[in-house]
Design a protein around this ligand. Structure first.
Ligand SMILES: [Zn+2]
Length: 257
């Protein structure tokens, strides 16, 4: 990432909106158009200096995008942050009236000078936000040993998906098919199925374990996999295209991840 100037084409930054009977749930907050202000990103940091470039128009921010869907930010009951990287938390300013869920350790790792050295932007978080900490219980979901339900009906679950960051979480919307709102568990579905860990994850083995669990879950139930930066996520969501497994894979259960 740091040395290849053309390591990828432009990628989307998706935010997911779940219209649920118990209230609207938003997963991640996206980025802010303030990224174009001089000095918004620390130019001394190698990731921002060498490995990333952002393009966010004001009408692409979550506030405007919700409005375009006929949803007022005030109607958003809950927000789940998969992790605190700026392209997932930069739009928080639009959502401070909602109940915001984040992993406690993720937030503490992202805060202060230590967080800034890791590339987080804690000085850009809203001043007055009061996050709620995710508390998992032992309700299992396929290979995942823990989860936290966001609804009384138990059909929208936060699940721990450590890897990209140590306390990274994903959201599973249960149904037929189920939707796996994956944050950055992998940058796209091809990388998931190939078992390719990104260059950011601090612990490759943990990332690989999480990716293997997602694939295992997709063998148990029809699953639409939606990473935040996969340019094919939108089409898979619309088409409800689930992760396919060949008969051969199912027969021999190739747990190669
Ligand atoms: Zn990230």
């Amino acid at each position: 990432m740091l040395f290849d100037k053309e390591w990828t084409e432009w990628l989307p930054i998706y935010v997911w909106v779940i219209e649920h009977d118990e209230g609207i749930i938003v997963v991640d907050a996206g980025e802010t158009s303030r990224v174009h202000e001089n000095g918004y990103h620390p130019s001394w940091h190698p990731f921002y200096r060498r490995a990333s470039r952002f393009s966010v128009h004001p009408d692409e921010e979550i506030g405007f995008q919700l409005h375009a869907l006929g949803i007022s930010a005030r109607d958003v009951r809950q927000v789940v942050l998969t992790h605190m990287h700026t392209d997932h938390a930069g739009g928080l300013i639009h959502l401070t009236g909602s109940k915001i869920w984040v992993a406690e350790q993720e937030l503490s790792r992202a805060g202060g000078l230590g967080g800034r050295l890791k590339g987080y932007l804690p000085h850009r978080w809203p001043k007055n936000w009061e996050p709620n900490f995710i508390r998992f219980d032992n309700h299992t979901v396929g290979p995942f040993r823990q989860s936290m339900s966001l609804t009384r009906s138990g059909d929208v679950l936060v699940i721990p998906t450590p890897g990209h960051t140590p306390e990274h979480v994903s959201v599973l919307v249960c149904g037929s098919p189920s939707f796996f709102l994956a944050g950055d568990t992998s940058y796209n579905q091809k990388l998931l199925l190939a078992g390719k860990v990104d260059g950011v994850s601090p612990n490759e083995a943990i990332s690989r374990q999480t990716m293997g669990n997602i694939v295992a879950l997709s063998k148990e139930r029809p699953l639409v996999y939606l990473p935040s930066h996969d340019s094919e996520s939108e089409e898979r969501l619309v088409q409800e295209s689930v992760i396919e497994h060949s008969a051969e894979n199912l027969l021999v259960g190739t747990g190669s991840l």
